[in-house]
Design a protein around this ligand. Sequence first.
Ligand SMILES: [Zn+2]
Length: 242
Amino acid sequence: MKVVVLGTGDAFSKRNFGTSAVVIGPRGQVLIDAPDSVLRAMAAASRSAGIDVGPMTIDDILLTHLHGDHVNGLEAIGFLRWLEQRATGRPIPRLHTTAPVAARLWERLAPAMDQAGTANLADYFELHVLPTGSAAEIAGLSVRHRMGRHTIPCCGFLIADGSRTLGWSGDTAWDPDHVEWLSQADRVVHETSPAPAHTPVEYLNALPDGLRRKMVLVHASDDFDPSGTDIRLLRDGEMLDV
Ligand SMILES: [Zn+2]
């Protein structure tokens, strides 16, 4: 399984794009979260990773939570695909997320996207609530989710293609049960940033060798010191082999 890493920064980064990625599934590309400047991040990653990812190549979006550094890019994608649908009839993207995020997503987007009350969420995205306790089939991938510990509802993902599984922590404070759940994966992408909303790297440094070796980091602050850990921080625009 291949994953194009769009960004690795935290909400305040002046150096890196916000944390997000595109999973290359057997039947399509799946975007995980849509930070600010996601169109520029996708264009830059297309060049560096050598595979075209962009608003017109992605028909499925997974959303972890409603913080701006994970959803501010939805407006641009939504408007682009709304225009595309009107011009060519191409279906709008499917957006998959948890029930609490689905319940408030339009509240987040409406002031910018309701077109004076004439448009609603279904004009931009085909909303799918992720099932609890079972997997969703998305672009030929099996996707399970689990809520982490964040200041607002936020989930992580286990994404499997039948031979390999990617673990994606989402934003979470240190949560040993979440890490245990993610450890089923062949590769775990874990966030790191200061407590209390996030996971300081010291907790991850104390994990068993085998788990640490299959873990990589995202969502780091600009002053993150990579010499403080043997877990590799991903780079914006790299192709990650799961
Ligand atoms: Zn967050």
